[in-house]
Design a binder for this molecule. Structure first.
Ligand code: ADP
Ligand code: GLC
Length: 486
């Protein structure tokens, strides 16, 4: 099977969140299964092109705007071929999606139409006969439609079926400018409510939801949740109408996220040498200028400061959390109010609360290893990777039971087999505070249970190979569906 995997970010090259982790790890798992997979992403400014091999120039039609020429670069990501679309005017910018103030770039639609189109042109350039084109999130969501409108009779795509993976329903790629239809060259017949049109404008994700051969989200529970009004962000009725919609849980790239071989942490450890985790805890306290005390539990948080992640809940609960005998370390950036709020708390309570505003892969690893518990009170969570990473690091998660958090965390409860963390259900301050208090109480007063959580979590395995085998089935389903329809 020949697979073309297109994403706006890939870990190791450009990352804002979990999409990047998936786009790096899943293709590697596919390669291990023996498939031929090529990954395509933009060559952002931060990606050093002198380390890549140039394949030369490539013309990409941008419809009514004319033909734009880019340069294509390539390298090996492990054993996977990865390709970079280099077009300075679109991708030569400091950030991936938005300016320093957090405002989305005004030409994001054009930028990712360009990436999507360039992916087709690249396959032609390489004479790569594609069986599956795998699009991810709104950025590449016009691909299924582009295939139908323009490329289906081109040799390389005669047998191509399309898959959309939804990593997040909240971001749909909605644009008021209808003329993008002529830039994307997808035809005005797509301007209907059951395809690209929405309230007189365009919705890229909606188009892929209605046009791709099969769809999946990144956890089984989220694949059900998005069919409801609460989680569907306006597209639930379209999702309810799709038969081929599945949930496939993300895995973990244990070569990146394992305390046994993590290069960022001060001391490697495993379940057998779990005492060494304390050395990482000390290191974390040192880095964040917190009192170096082994006995006080550290609650860690790493993530985008976005409503999705429950940051409002944390901010409402913070006063009661600070009354507990704990330390708290928060790493993240995003909403400006949250950056200001958490910095302020850190200034006022330096003995208890520390934060780093920004993006730091190294600190993310150190927090996973050095914390005693990991907090993820998300309002919704398609999969969530940090809670799975924290299981591997022996750092029991405290999570809200939604989406992938619900699928991966088993509550500490005598009726539940092999519990690995703490769960709460209602998205309220009271539920969050109550659960943190409970977790802290278990930490101090029931070491046996706490150690059982650590052990069960560290024994859990979320291998990408298992998920890749499920994607393989989904790919086959998409191909059968396409063949039957032709
Ligand atoms: P999402 O994709 O919704 O942001 P996930 O839990 O799936 O959430 O993945 C988040 C990924 O991004 C993890 O690998 C996490 O470590 C990383 N991450 C998020 N914020 C930061 C940050 N400020 N610094 C470093 N890594 C971060
Ligand atoms: C999204 C989701 C997150 C998921 C990630 C990777 O950004 O918010 O829950 O883990 O994509 O699929």
């Amino acid at each position: 099977m020949n697979i073309l995997f297109v994403a706006s970010e890939v870990a190791g090259y450009a990352k804002s969140g979990g999409l990047a982790d998936v786009s790096s790890a899943l293709p590697k798992a596919f390669k291990k299964l023996g498939y031929n997979i090529k990954v395509v992403m933009p060559r952002y400014y931060s990606i050093d092109k002198t380390k890549l091999k140039s394949l030369g120039a490539m013309g990409v039609s941008m419809g009514s705007l004319g033909e734009f020429w880019c340069e294509v670069f390539t390298t090996k990501m492990g054993s996977v071929d990865i390709y970079f679309i280099d077009y300075e005017a679109y991708f030569g910018r400091a950030n991936l999606y938005s300016d320093e103030k957090g405002v989305a770039y005004s030409d994001n639609a054009e930028r990712f139409i360009f990436l999507s189109k360039a992916s087709f042109e690249l396959a032609r350039l390489l004479n790569f006969r594609v069986d599956i084109i795998h699009a991810n999130d709104w950025h590449t969501a016009l691909i299924p439609l582009m295939l139908k409108a323009k490329y289906r009779y081109v040799d390389e795509f005669k047998n191509s079926a399309t898959i959309l993976t939804i990593h997040n329903m909240q971001h749909q790629g909605k644009f008021q400018n209808r003329n993008l239809i002529d830039i994307a060259e997808v035809g005005w017949e797509s301007f209907t409510p059951d395809n690209l049109e929405e309230f007189g404008g365009l919705n890229f994700l909606k188009s892929a939801i209605t046009q791709s051969d099969a769809i999946n989200t990144v956890s089984p529970t989220y694949s059900k949740e998005i069919k409801t009004r609460e989680f569907g962000y306006g597209l639930d009725s379209y999702l309810r109408g799709r038969e081929l919609l599945f949930g496939i849980l993300n895995g973990v790239d244990y070569s990146e996220w394992s305390p046994k071989n993590d290069n960022y942490i001060v001391k490697n450890y495993s379940l057998e040498t779990i005492e060494d985790k304390k050395i990482c805890k000390r290191d974390l306290q040192k880095i964040f200028n917190l009192p170096q005390n082994n006995n006080i539990p550290i609650i860690g948080f790493v993530g985008r400061f976005a409503t999705q992640k429950g940051i409002e809940l944390i901010s409402q609960a913070i006063w009661e959390i600070l009354e507990l005998d704990i330390q708290m370390v928060i790493l993240g950036s995003g909403e400006k109010w949250a950056e200001g709020f958490f910095s302020d708390i850190a200034n006022r309570y330096p003995q208890k609360f520390a934060t780093h505003i920004g993006y730091s892969n190294e600190l993310a690893h150190k927090i996973e290893a050095g914390s005693d518990m990991f907090l993820m009170p998300s309002l919704f969570e398609p999969c969530g990777l940090n809670q799975i990473y924290s299981l591997a690091y022996g750092t029991p998660p405290i999570v809200r039971a939604v989406g992938g958090l619900d699928d991966t965390i088993r509550n500490l409860d005598k009726n539940i087999e092999k519990p690995n963390g703490f769960k709460f259900y209602k998205a309220t301050k009271e539920a969050l505070v109550g659960t943190i208090k409970w977790a802290v109480d278990i930490y101090y007063n029931d070491k046996k249970s706490f150690n059982m959580l650590i052990k069960n979590g560290m024994q859990d395995k979320f291998n990408w190979e298992n998920s890749a085998k499920k994607y393989e089935k989904l790919y086959k389903l998409a191909i059968y569906k396409k063949e039957l329809e032709l």
